[in-house]
Design a binder for this molecule. Sequence first.
Ligand SMILES: [Zn+2]
Ligand SMILES: [Zn+2]
Length: 272
Amino acid sequence: MGGLPSNKYAAVCAAGHCTVYVQVGAGVRVRQGDRWQVYCPADAPQEGGAGAGQSAGTATAHSAANRFAGPCMECSVQVEAGAGVLVPGDDGKRGVQCPVCQVVAFRCERWDESDQFGTDPWIPDAVLPGCAPAISLRILALSRECWKCKESTVCVVGLYPMHPARTDRWARWVDKDVLVWVRPLLAGAGFEKIAESIKPRWSSTVNGRYLSNGCQRCDALQGDFPVEEAVFDLVREDGVDALDTLLVVEVPTPMWQRVVHGERGSGSALLM
Ligand SMILES: [Zn+2]
Ligand SMILES: [Zn+2]
């Protein structure tokens, strides 16, 4: 018997020169200082090296792979049987976690400064094995009175999976980075007027230009702050369905996971 314990979390190999993405159980974990590091088999430190002895008595329950296919409890991306892990949700029930959300959780928990403030992307561009390549999302909108011309105007405000996991309860706020790719999707689906009204505008509140919702009639900026406030009030009362579904789109999985987690695990604003 013996050997180093296998890794509980998928992660990029901790060896400086190596960028291999190590799936759960495919590598080893080694305790270094006060944290666990994951290594691919090729870079696994020799047993008996620094810290290896400490791990011997640490009996940790290995997270089980998911026996059934299901949506990831965080990003709602469909995960095939065996491709994710089962983790406890905030309601205490176990749910499936996809390998990407697993790594983000691991890196957030580990909170290594050079990792947090590094430059490598946390969300891989390639879809990981066993995860659906795309997800259906509802583009959520709010019709409200333009502060300037008093006509009704449509603001694009949120994204929410068409088939959300039980634990994925709140829509995500559409910020200026998300509007960049939402705008052409709207234009392509016949919402040219709304798409054209999304453009860079000057805001004195933020003292800069940003890609913003505007009035379809008079072009006045519909500022993030007042719109967000109106959205929060509605959603708090009646949930996601208080907003209009403008369109349902198929979006590549990594694009959606970047919305969910932010580039480096900072997350997106939840409409709740
Ligand atoms: Zn996920
Ligand atoms: Zn107007």
